[in-house]
Design a protein around this ligand. Structure first.
Ligand code: GRF
Length: 200
């Protein structure tokens, strides 16, 4: 049975694009379909990526919406999509407790580092890679984990490393890690789908 994915974004949507590509002609083809793309940022380029594929989009505006109202809009958009799994793909806001509870072990988040290192509040995007460079790490990587009520603390689903030669700046590390993200997010989604089918 093809699983329905709700993908949440905040920006460029390159991880969304990786999932789109994988459902069309990669390992998610025949396993999953994206039924909605929801953004907290109405300007997110990821919304254009979804529209190109005729995927339903819901453009919310968390900056100009009172938190409780935004959380209700988000909850309603997810429920109406009838999604089986929620994929946080460069989504920068915390998921409301109500959604985390109702979708326990069904929310996947991609983080651009080897959790539990370089995770937690404030550790997103370039902040992560700057810390990795500052600490002269010999490797970095990406992690897909189940989202819970905190930032980046849920059980790890899949992780992949990338070697650093040393001397890279944070943008070069970001580029290397982003390629890993695009590789492992579809794999992690498929793993969760297969594990759920085994356990049912
Ligand atoms: C990237 O920094 C990525 O590491 C993180 O979110 C940011 C944007 O990703 N997951 P995307 O291009 O919007 O998917």
């Amino acid at each position: 049975m093809i699983k329905k994915l709700a993908v949440l974004i905040s920006g460029n949507g390159s991880n969304l694009q990786a999932i789109i590509n994988s459902t069309k002609s990669g390992i998610l083809n025949g396993f999953a379909e994206i039924v909605v793309v929801i953004s907290n940022n109405p300007q997110a380029y990821g919304l254009e990526r979804a529209k190109k594929e005729n995927i339903k989009t819901v453009a919310l505006d968390s900056k100009n919406t009172e938190t409780e109202k935004y959380d209700q809009q988000l909850y309603r958009a997810i429920k109406e999509s009838d999604a089986d799994l929620i994929c946080l793909a460069g989504y920068l806001k915390k998921v409301p407790e109500k959604i985390v509870k109702e979708y326990k072990s069904r929310i996947l988040n991609i983080h651009p580092a080897l959790l539990p290192k370089y995770g937690g509040k404030g550790m997103y995007g370039h902040h992560v890679h700057e810390a990795v460079v500052k600490n002269k790490e010999k490797k970095s990587g990406a992690t897909v984990h189940f989202a819970d009520e905190n930032y980046d603390t849920g059980n790890i689903i899949l992780q992949q490393e990338v070697a650093l030669e040393g001397g890279e700046n944070h943008e070069e590390v970001a580029r290397k890690v982003l390629l890993i993200e695009h590789e492992i997010f579809p794999k992690a989604i498929k793993k969760v789908i297969e594990d759920k089918e085994k356990n049912n």
